[in-house]
Design a protein around this ligand. Structure first.
Ligand code: KIV
Length: 273
């Protein structure tokens, strides 16, 4: 029998996410990439789980998110969805699977929806991907937009610094956010932009904003699970808070196990058949 809280919360949908913006209840979002972690974060009451392409970094060890494939994302998403009973699960469309043409975007999004059972997708970019966003939305697939620091464009930006500090880029971001809302996106992630700009976007939009490194003013927050759990030693950007020290806990538990195996104190006399 499961030790988790199985008291069913109602399934979180796009309507619930929208209602949270209207009522002022903050939307708590997190990334997850596998069944075991998804079960834990869902039971902890998270509203939305993103199977992010940050899996390229924290699950596969790549320096950027560019190498992860659609098949990789589908594998991570399948396990995640199976672990969740209430949270809304959305999945990143990875680099190179939607920017080129709307038909490819639709094909990629449909594969994610059919093969994983997720409830929507996330796509990075503004006006330049409008046709792809429109095509995915036309199939009834919820799309979460992503503006500001969009890691799939790291080579264009030349790094992971704060975006939209200047007036021109800030105005472009507001225009993009309005366009994506008009197209029908259900939410927009704002990554690493000044809090003042995040506040302007959040006040301007009727759809929710989900911030990461955008201050407390957005309608919700998202963090990468491994980062906030202390499983990614050395990664400590200014916006990130450690909510746990799971990395240390794992190292200590496995260290103890190694010692006990070597000392033949595990298994004990009672730990066998
Ligand atoms: O891939 C990801 O984890 C993300 C979040 C950081 C928003 O896009």
């Amino acid at each position: 029998m499961s030790t988790y809280n199985e008291q069913a919360r109602p399934r979180v949908t796009t309507s619930r996410i929208q209602a949270m913006k209207q009522s002022g209840e903050k939307i708590a979002c997190i990334t997850a990439y596998d069944y075991s972690m998804a079960r834990l974060v869902d039971a902890a009451g998270i509203d939305l789980i993103l199977v992010g392409d940050s899996a390229a970094n924290v699950m596969m060890g790549y320096d950027t998110t560019l190498p992860i494939t659609l098949d990789d994302m589908i594998t991570f998403a399948k396990g995640t969805v199976r672990g969740v009973s209430s949270a809304m699960v959305i999945v990143d469309l990875p680099f190179g699977t939607y920017q080129g043409c709307p038909e490819e975007a639709l094909h990629s999004a449909v594969r994610i929806m059919k093969e994983t059972g997720a409830a929507g997708v996330k796509m990075e970019g503004g006006a330049e991907i409008a046709e792809s966003v429109r095509r995915v939305l036309s199939a009834g697939i919820p799309v979460c937009a992503h503006l500001g620091l969009t890691p799939q464009s790291v080579n264009k930006f030349g790094g992971y610094g704060v975006r939209a500090k200047g007036d021109a880029e800030a105005q472009r971001l507001i225009d993009d956010a309005l366009l994506l809302q008009e197209l029908g996106c259900f939410a927009v992630v704002l990554e690493k932009i000044p809090q003042e700009l995040a506040a302007r976007v959040t006040e301007t939009l009727a759809i929710p904003t989900i911030g990461i490194g955008a201050g407390s003013v957005t309608d919700g927050q998202i963090l990468v699970l491994q980062d906030m759990l202390g499983m990614n030693p050395g990664f400590k950007p200014k916006f990130m808070r450690l909510f746990g020290q799971i990395g240390d806990a794992v190292a200590s538990a496995v260290g103890n196990y190694v010692q006990e195996v070597k000392a033949v104190t595990f298994p004990s006399d009672t730990e066998h058949y």
